[in-house]
Design a protein around this ligand. Structure first.
Ligand SMILES: Nc1ncnc2c1ncn2[C@@H]1O[C@H](COP(=O)(O)OP(=O)(O)OP(=O)(O)O)[C@@H](O)[C@H]1O
Ligand SMILES: [Mg+2]
Length: 434
């Protein structure tokens, strides 16, 4: 499902472009008569992402484009394709608009979107062959966390960086959950750094973006029942929760289990699970096979949670999630607990400590955090420059935490202001352009 190419490496992947997308790029097509397609950036399992130039403002943006269906030679959908046709990007744009709701700007860690639409494009080599494409024009982002965790191994020996980036990712996910949505496809490739971030720099971030909302949905809807076990799985099996692989309806806790898999990959530089057989296609996976993978994953989690080599913060994170009652609805305090568990990763050997240590972490003044870190580090030789390690960790952590707090306050203010004005409904925009 995932692309193996590093984000924004145009050489790899560009030659595999769908012929309609190759045509779009070579003629530098204008989307919505305004956004000029200028450069291939990256591709996922469904979509291809291009850099575009906003000819009105001169700003660089991104367009995520999906080839929805083949049309007849007049650019019309045939009766057969019409049945299965979905304007994927219109749906995704609707989700982004839902997240934004009546706020003036997107919540922290959620990229801005500008417009969506659809168009017909001919095959580059066979001009009589046409395809229906749908697109979403959005904020241009930087490299994906996936290329930093696997290809670059950026986090393996840099715990403060992992803690800082992990906190940003948790904040982005919390923003989504606070709107009543679940993402359903949390994985390293669905988080991107801000545009211009240098993957080799080891720099901390003030925020990281959560993207790919194509599968996001309102989890607690009118027909929702905790007993519902008829859920049709979607997502990426290696990063999904055991519950959803077993066919249980997804809740925010399941996204947070996906984030645990993601953080584990960041900490070790290895994807923690490899459940698919070689050559096995992810779509469609039969229920029996999904249950088999769920059982396998659960067994693997059990042994990982007792293995000395598993990072302590992952053990705490998973044990905490699993200690919550089955019907627990995540609240701010739960995210704060996870935040503290993550912070505890900057302390070596935490797996020997108790939960209380992690819980009281963020309540400590910075100086105390530093002396706590010193005490917990078994030897100064553990890190080459302990002093800067300690202050970096504390500074990054404090910066991210205060940003989380400021953002929450700002969101509350904006929501209060909007309460008086007319309620703004969610509409799917972007009508097909011929
Ligand atoms: N706005 C953007 N700016 C820059 N790069 C982006 C942007 N959106 C996506 N990308 C890049 O393109 C990749 C694919 O995008 P996305 O995950 O949305 O596609 P997808 O096909 O739905 O993915 P999946 O394989 O997860 O289903 C991302 O991993 C990221 O590297
Ligand atoms: Mg993706």
């Amino acid at each position: 499902m995932e692309s193996a190419t590093p984000a924004h490496s145009q050489a790899a992947g560009a030659e595999q472009l769908h012929p309609a997308l190759a045509a779009l790029l070579s003629r530098r097509a204008l989307l919505k008569s305004r956004f000029k397609v200028v450069e291939f950036l990256d591709m996922g399992g469904f979509a291809t992402v291009f850099k575009c130039l906003d000819t009105k403002s001169g700003k660089e943006v991104a367009a995520k484009i999906v080839v929805d269906a083949e049309t007849d030679e007049h650019g019309k959908l045939t009766a057969d394709t019409e049945k299965n046709y979905k304007a994927e990007m219109k749906h995704e744009h609707g989700i982004y608009r839902n997240i934004k709701g009546s706020l003036q700007s997107m919540p922290t860690g959620i990229p801005a979107t500008y417009c969506s639409g659809a168009m017909v494009e001919a095959d580059k080599k066979q001009p009589k062959k046409n395809y229906y494409l749908s697109y979403l024009v959005m904020e241009l982002l930087g490299p994906r966390v996936g290329c930093m965790s696997l290809d670059m191994q950026a986090y393996r020996h840099n715990k403060p960086l992992l803690v800082n980036h992990g906190l940003c990712m948790l904040t982005a996910l919390q923003s989504l959950h606070e709107r009543g949505l679940v993402h359903r496809d949390i994985k390293p490739d669905n988080f991107c750094m801000p545009y211009g971030y240098d993957v080799n720099s080891g720099d901390s971030a003030s925020h990281i973006y959560l993207l790919d909302m194509g599968m996001a949905m309102q989890w607690h809807h009118p027909g929702f029942s905790w007993d519902d076990d008829t859920y049709l799985f979607c997502g990426t099996v290696d990063y999904s929760s055991v519950r959803t692989l077993f066919g249980r309806h997804p809740t925010p806790k399941d996204d947070l289990e996906g984030l645990a898999c993601t953080l584990l990959e960041m900490a070790t530089g290895e994807p923690p699970f490899d459940l698919m057989h070689s050559g096995e296609s992810s779509r469609p996976l039969q229920q029996d096979r999904l249950r088999q993978m769920a059982a396998q994953k659960e067994k693997q989690w059990t042994s990982m949670l007792s293995a000395p080599s598993t990072p302590g913060f992952i053990k705490h994170w998973m044990r905490h999630l699993r200690s919550l009652p089955a019907q627990h609805t995540m609240c701010t305090a739960d995210y704060d607990t996870l935040c503290r568990i993550l912070l505890s990763h900057s302390v070596g050997g935490l797996h020997e400590m108790h939960d209380d240590t992690a819980s009281s972490w963020s309540a400590m003044p910075v100086q105390q955090q530093q002396s706590g870190l010193k005490r917990c580090l078994p030897a100064a030789s553990r890190v080459s420059n302990m002093q800067s390690y300690l202050s970096d960790t504390a500074t990054m952590a404090t910066a991210v935490q205060s940003k989380r707090f400021r953002h929450r306050e700002q969101q509350q203010e904006e929501e209060e202001e909007e309460q008086d004005s007319m309620a703004c409904g969610v509409t799917l925009v972007g009508s097909p352009e011929a």
